[in-house]
Design a protein around this ligand. Structure first.
Ligand SMILES: [Zn+2]
Length: 251
């Protein structure tokens, strides 16, 4: 990766700035750099190489979502925004907002298919990659992104289990995509361009699902409002529990 945080601060630094203003010596003198996603120590690499592009490297055996390319359908952000990330993560501590977010995800999964534990698991996955600090993320986008972080299990009317998932697809046109995994990595920044991306709900075999109506769903503020508008039910019945569980994640 090309950006890291200076430990003990919220200051992001690019590898190029690091090269110019600090260099190897600063590290030898005790300056520590950490990954904005997993918060593990990273080291500047190839600072003086002509052949290799300089970057920050994790230690071997570090567990960071961005080290496993296959696992990161959401692209490594071109830019981090640590301050905004803190604000967005803190907004989950607002009972109305967390209830809306849960309602949005629940409506799209449909009742019965999104237990609170599963929803909290999605937030945990977002925490693990510090998704909140991707530059460009806004409150209304969070739900769309949470839904693509995992697969979902459900049962049909006769009790047979099936798997479904959500994909983010650009310029979706075909009536039946038969896609099971997204082809491209998604930059969160690009999702703010309303009208470009669709959230597509598919069975494990790639067939489009019919419910709720309107699949694929445009990634837009209108869709966010539409699927979160009946949040009062969640507020009344699950609001306190959601707050408690989200708070526990931070501890
Ligand atoms: Zn990392």
């Amino acid at each position: 990766m090309y950006e890291a945080l200076i430990k003990g601060t919220n200051k992001l630094i690019t590898i190029d700035t690091f090269k110019r203003q600090y260099g190897e010596k600063a590290v030898r003198d005790g300056l520590e750099l950490i990954c904005p996603a997993c918060r593990n120590i990273v080291h500047p690499y190839a600072l003086v190489s002509f052949r290799r592009k300089a970057c920050f490297h994790h230690n071997p055996n570090t567990s960071c979502i961005y080290l496993d390319e296959r696992d990161s359908y959401i692209a490594i952000p071109k830019q981090w925004d640590i301050e905004s990330g803190k604000r967005l993560r803190a907004s989950l501590g607002d009972k109305e907002f967390i209830s809306k977010l849960y309602c949005f995800c629940l409506t799209l999964c449909r009742r019965g298919n999104l237990p609170v534990d599963k929803f909290i698991g999605l937030v945990k996955k977002a925490d693990k990659r510090n998704l909140w600090s991707h530059a460009g993320l806004e409150e209304w986008i969070i739900g769309f992104v949470l839904l693509v972080l995992d697969d979902f299990e459900a049962e049909d009317k006769s009790g047979r289990p099936y798997v479904f998932r959500f994909l983010l697809e650009q310029n979706f046109t075909k009536p039946n995509p038969l896609i099971t995994k997204s082809k491209q990595k998604v930059d969160i920044e690009d999702l703010t361009q309303q009208g470009d991306y669709f959230l597509v709900k598919v069975f494990d075999n790639g067939n489009l699902m019919r419910h709720p109506e309107g699949n694929p769903y445009l990634v837009s503020k209108d869709s966010w409002k539409k699927f979160s508008k009946e949040y009062e039910w969640a507020y009344k019945n699950q609001g306190d529990r959601l707050l408690k569980r989200v708070k526990e994640l931070k501890e």
